[in-house]
Design a protein around this ligand. Structure first.
Ligand code: ADP
Ligand code: MG
Length: 240
């Protein structure tokens, strides 16, 4: 709508295609379960950041998206909240059923840990569970035991996830929502083939979101293979 166009112009935001009006208040999100709204309030978030306003609108409608926004702009929750909605919309969270529904890949363990904290807080609000499997202190056996008890969101680095799947610690059969966080750094670190191999084992009708602080030819190229008709969201000028 014209108000959406004015909002994007005011904040130097591009959204292509442009038919996704920003969500300016958490209360506007019809798909948010009450428990999630309560947890957002408890966590002290009053309103969405710019990247969250635009991404919530696109991601909750089920589209793939390629999102570029500066570090510190709030990208983590821009994808965690839609992931929680997606999981909440499944026929039922099936305790004891093997394999996550939501998967977040990060370039480093440190980032996986940070993302896990957010994922855990918000998935717990609807009775689900998140696990971070990239860390070094728990072995495959221990992780496998915990994963088998049921887990809706897995956060991992690409290499560790491949290893865990190979050892039958978990499986990707139920995954329908995938996030590639800091995709530019994953490419810098040489993870392109690992990410491609993971995505090749996930059902093609999944929803995929790719986030990056920078945008360039390499991100553009991998996005073509990893995403399906992605909506492009750029907050401010994020390069090349
Ligand atoms: P990015 O991934 O874009 O670098 P983060 O997701 O790490 O950014 O978020 C940066 C900071 O902003 C974090 O401290 C986070 O808690 C905070 N934040 C996220 N969303 C909101 C919000 N809606 N209101 C206020 N602070 C927020
Ligand atoms: Mg981030």
């Amino acid at each position: 709508t014209s108000s959406g166009i004015a909002w994007r112009k005011q904040h130097d935001i591009v959204c292509n295609p442009s038919n996704f009006d920003p969500i300016l208040g958490f209360g506007e999100v019809e798909a948010f379960p009450e428990e999630l709204l309560q947890e957002i309030a408890r966590s002290g978030y009053d309103s969405p950041t710019l990247v969250q306003s635009q991404t919530l609108s696109v991601a909750i409608s089920g589209h793939d998206a390629l999102i570029t926004a500066a570090t510190g702009s709030g990208k983590t929750l821009a994808y965690i909240w839609p992931m929680v909605v997606h999981i909440n919309d499944q026929p039922h969270i099936n305790p004891g059923v093997d394999g996550p529904i939501g998967l977040v890949l990060t370039p480093t363990r440190e980032l996986a840990k940070q993302v896990f904290k957010y994922a855990s807080t918000f998935i717990q609000s609807i009775g689900g569970k998140a696990m971070e499997v990239a860390g070094g202190n728990r072995g495959t056996w221990e992780l496998t035991k915990e994963l088998k008890k049921g887990c809706e969101i897995v956060v991992s680095t690409p290499g560790r996830l491949i290893d865990l799947v190979k050892k039958k610690g978990t499986n990707l059969k139920r995954v329908t929502f995938v996030v590639l966080d800091e995709a530019d750094r994953m490419l810098d670190m040489g993870f392109e083939n690992q990410v491609s191999s993971i995505l090749g084992n996930i059902r093609p009708d999944r929803q995929t979101l790719l986030l990056s602080a920078t945008f360039g030819k390499r991100v553009e190229k991998v996005a073509r293979g990893w995403l399906k008709n992605p909506v492009r969201i750029a907050i401010g000028r994020t390069g090349a």
